[in-house]
Design a protein around this ligand. Structure first.
Ligand code: AMP
Length: 390
C-alpha cells in the first residue's frame, strides 16, 4: 500500500472518521445497512497506519438522548459485517469515557454515540468541535450523505486535527462528476418519493441541464394539480403548486415527463389497487403508484438515455400491491445500457428488493446530497480537505 497524499505523515495515529451511518431502524432492527457496509470500506485502507479508528455519525433527528436514536445497534451491525473485528461502542460523544477507551485501546475500532445528542452538532458549535476532536490526531471526513449540512462534524471538526477527505467521499464526487461532465452526451433524471419540498426546489436548476426529467412517486401530483387535474386524495404540496405551474410553462417545461396513468386505492390499509388514466381520478382515490402506460414510457426513456440519475420510488413500494411501478422501473434501469447512477435510501432498498446493486454503475450513499451536488451547489463538506489517497 502506498500513501501518496500523506507521504510525510504515514502514521495517522488515533483517527476520528465521520461517516454517514444514518440508516433506517424499525423495531430496533436495521432494515438496510448499505450505508454501513460502504462506510466500513475505509478500514482496510487505513488500518495499518492507525493506532485506533473511531467512527462518529448522526442518526435521525433526535430531540435529546433519545434511546431510539442510539448508535448502539449500529456498532453491533458493524461488528457483524467486519466478522473478525469487534466494534466497541462508547455511549458518549466526548469526555473521559472516550479518552480512556482510546488511551487504553480497549479495541482497535470504536463507535461514538449519536452526534445529534448534543445540540452543538447542528449548531456548528466550536467548543463542541474541540471537545469531540481532542482525543484524536487525524480527522477523516467520509460522510457524503451529510456533506450538504453546515454542521460541526462537516465543517468544523477538521479545523482541529490533521484532516483528510475520505475515500467514499472521493468516489461519490468522481461518480457524480461523470454525470455533470457528460452533459454534452446528455443525461436524464428520474425523481420519485414523497418529500416534495426537498426535491422541487432543485428541479428548476436541473431542468436546463437534463434531456428529460421524469417525475413519479408522490411528487408528481403537485404537478398534475398545477395542470388542473383532479388528483383525489393523493399527496400534494399546496405551497409548491404555483412553482410547479411556472416550471411547466417555462421554456424547459417540455422536458418534464409526467405519468399518464396510475395505480390508485381508496384506502392504503385495504391494499386494493385499481388502474386509472390520469383524467379519471375520483375525489376519494389516492394515487399510490404509476400505471402500465407510464412504466412503458419511462422505460423507453431510461433505455435510450446515455446517462441516467434516479432518486426516489415510483409508489408506496413497501406494499406489494403498490410496488409494481417501482419494481418495473428498477429492473428497467438495471438493464439499461447507459451509465446509471442512483441516490437515496429508498431507491437502494428498492434495488435490494427487486434487483441487485451490482447492476448499477454507481449507487450513492447520499440522497439529498447527491441531488444538491448535481444541482451545481458547492456543498459545505465537499473538497474542503485534501484527499486521502491510499
Ligand atoms: P423520499 O424519502 O422522498 O424518497 O420518499 C420515499 C417514500 O415515498 C417511500 O416510503 C414511499 O412509500 C413514498 N411514496 C412514493 N410514492 C408515493 C405516493 N404516490 N404516495 C405516498 N407516498 C409515496
Amino acid at each position: 500500500m502506498i500513501i501518496n497524499a500523506i507521504s510525510d505523515e504515514k502514521y495517522l495515529g488515533d483517527v476520528l472518521v465521520r461517516s454517514d451511518l444514518n440508516v433506517p431502524i424499525v423495531n430496533n432492527e436495521i432494515s438496510d445497512d448499505f450505508r454501513i457496509s460502504k462506510s466500513l470500506e475505509i478500514i482496510d485502507k487505513i488500518y495499518d497506519y492507525s493506532r485506533s479508528i473511531t467512527f462518529v455519525s448522526h442518526l435521525g433527528r433526535p430531540k435529546a438522548n433519545d434511546v431510539d436514536n442510539s448508535l448502539r445497534p449500529i456498532a453491533e451491525n458493524m461488528s457483524k459485517i467486519l466478522k473478525n473485528e469487534k466494534v466497541h461502542f462508547i455511549k458518549s460523544i466526548y469526555g473521559d469515557d472516550v479518552k480512556k477507551s482510546i488511551k487504553n485501546l480497549t479495541s482497535k475500532i470504536f463507535l461514538l454515540e449519536n452526534l445529534r445528542f448534543d445540540e452543538g452538532e447542528m449548531k456548528n458549535d466550536i467548543e463542541f468541535s474541540k471537545l469531540v476532536t481532542s482525543p484524536f490526531e487525524t480527522y477523516i471526513f467520509d460522510a457524503f450523505g451529510a456533506s450538504h449540512r453546515q454542521h460541526a462534524s462537516v465543517v468544523s471538526f477538521g479545523n482541529f486535527l490533521n484532516s483528510y477527505q475520505g475515500p467514499l467521499m472521493n468516489k461519490e464526487i468522481s461518480e457524480l462528476d461523470k454525470l455533470l461532465n457528460n452533459e454534452k452526451s446528455g443525461y436524464s433524471v428520474l425523481l420519485g418519493g414523497a418529500k416534495i419540498s426537498d426535491k422541487l426546489g432543485i428541479i428548476d436548476k436541473l431542468l436546463p441541464k437534463v434531456e428529460h426529467l421524469m417525475i413519479g412517486g408522490g411528487m408528481c401530483f403537485t404537478f398534475l394539480k398545477a395542470m388542473d387535474y383532479e388528483i383525489g386524495k393523493s399527496l400534494v404540496e399546496n405551497s409548491f403548486i404555483s412553482k410547479a405551474k411556472d416550471l411547466i410553462n417555462s421554456k424547459y417545461g417540455k422536458k418534464i415527463v409526467l405519468p399518464t396513468d396510475f395505480g390508485v386505492t381508496e384506502s392504503i390499509e385495504s391494499n386494493i389497487r385499481r388502474e386509472i388514466n390520469s383524467n379519471n381520478f375520483s375525489k376519494n382515490q389516492i394515487g399510490i403508484d404509476i400505471g402500465p402506460d407510464t412504466i412503458t414510457k419511462f422505460s423507453e426513456i431510461i433505455s435510450s438515455s446515455k446517462n441516467l440519475f434516479w432518486n426516489g420510488p415510483m409508489g408506496i413500494f413497501e406494499l406489494d400491491q403498490f410496488s409494481h411501478g417501482t419494481k418495473a422501473i428498477t429492473q428497467a434501469i438495471a438493464k439499461a445500457g447507459g451509465y446509471t447512477s442512483v441516490g437515496g435510501g429508498d431507491s437502494v432498498s428498492a434495488i435490494n428488493k427487486f434487483s441487485n446493486l451490482n447492476n448499477f454503475n454507481h449507487v450513492s450513499t447520499g440522497g439529498g446530497a447527491s441531488l444538491e451536488y448535481l444541482d451545481g451547489k458547492n456543498l459545505p463538506g465537499v473538497n474542503i480537505y485534501k484527499p486521502l489517497i491510499i
